[in-house]
Design a protein around this ligand. Structure first.
Ligand code: G3I
Length: 336
């Protein structure tokens, strides 16, 4: 489809990006990405298990080709992610005694030194080539009264893992925009816990520059007013906001399973993309990028969570053709 408008030419308020894998850039996906998007986020290639699989041995075999491709094609790169509770090798949480770490001073010090070493190395490797990083990912659990996820990170180091991560990231990347990233930030309880944490940390002087809203949503959830509240909440903090991992599942509950995407769901999906992009475009000063979590429906994480059903959450279909969802972003009058 060479005849359709480029998304990045239509959306001028902020850069529009997509997450990619190394396998994709060398195929037709790379051309699609090149045509429609301003920036790329490696979907897995910069995570801890990919970059430091064993202690102090750094490998960039996944990330290097993606970053090189981005450079060659004039795309910005968004870094994802220094600290997460998933895709982190087991050794990170094993103490000097070979036992699982606990909240002792010794284990905490070792964990924070590993964290510092990781960010120093991966951060320095790409330097200003990656000007935006998710420093911490998914640290909020709104069901905890303090709002903090009980991950290994938290259980061993308390809030200090977040403080350390941002401090070190700022030291090694003084000009990068440093983000705290999370999902379901449209849910009031979660949004408020995230807001409280960012407010507290900023008051302490922790260098947080931005809040990332993942925006993994579906065709009938959330409401537009909930999404608006998600953004409005953070405006008074004077920080940047990015939509970091958007996709719109065709499923509205775990019991559904369609052999092929129903037409009415694809229409609903197009309206959701339309409404969300229209909303984001109302915040040209606050929202500094919108990224979709994948290029086309042939490769989406939603097909693996769970593996038992096929989803279709993106702007292009499994044959890489523009969906109504694409028109929802580019020209809603053309939704079929
Ligand atoms: O690389 C291995 C491969 O060697 C192995 O044969 C294969 C068999 O399962 O697994 C491959 O690893 C998979 C990896 O993606 C790379 O494809 C993992 O199993 C799989 O769990 C992993 O899924 C990723 C997921 O994060 C892990 O939590 C998704 O691709 C990735 O899109 C997803 O992204 C997350 C964001 O980072 C944070 N927010 C939520 C978002 C969606 O879950």
């Amino acid at each position: 489809q060479t005849d359709i408008p480029s998304i990045k030419d239509v959306i001028t308020e902020f850069p529009v990006g997509a997450s990619i894998t190394g396998a994709e850039i060398v195929t037709e996906h790379g051309q699609l990405l090149n045509k429609h998007f301003d920036l790329v986020t490696p979907g897995n290639a910069l995570k801890w298990d990919a970059t430091e699989p064993t202690e102090n041995t750094f490998t960039y075999t996944q990330a290097d080709p993606l970053v090189a491709w981005a450079k060659a094609n004039g795309k910005a790169v968004r870094g994802h992610t220094f600290v997460w509770h998933n895709q982190t090798p087991a050794w990170v949480f094993v103490g000097a005694d070979g036992q699982p770490m606990t909240a002792t001073a010794e284990d905490k010090a070792l964990l924070l030194s590993r964290l510092e070493n990781h960010i120093r190395n991966v951060g320095a490797k790409y330097g200003t080539t990656i000007p935006v990083w998710d420093v911490v990912n998914e640290v909020i659990d709104e069901n905890q009264s303090d709002g903090l996820r009980r991950s290994n990170w938290f259980n061993i180091a308390g809030l200090d893992y977040i403080r350390t991560a941002f401090r070190v990231a700022r030291e090694v990347l003084p000009t990068a925009k440093l983000y705290i990233n999370d999902y379901n930030t449209n849910v009031p309880a979660k949004r408020d816990k995230l807001f409280n944490l960012v407010t507290q940390l900023k008051a302490e002087g922790v260098p947080i520059d931005g809040v990332g809203h993942q925006v993994h949503i579906n065709v009938s959830w959330p409401t537009l007013s909930e999404s608006k509240a998600m953004i409005d909440k953070f405006v008074p903090l004077g920080i940047d906001q990015q939509v970091t991992e958007m996709d719109v599942s065709i499923y509205t509950n775990s019991g559904e399973n369609f052999p092929t995407p129903p037409a009415d769901r694809l229409r609903q999906q197009a309206f959701m993309y339309r409404d969300m992009f229209a909303l984001f475009r109302q915040y040209p000063g606050e929202i500094t990028a919108v990224i979709v979590w994948g290029l086309a429906d042939d490769n989406t994480w939603l097909d693996t969570f769970p593996v038992t059903r096929k989803d279709a959450p993106l702007l292009f279909d499994t044959r890489l053709q523009a969906k109504d969802a694409y028109w929802g972003v580019v020209d809603p009058s053309k939704i079929g």
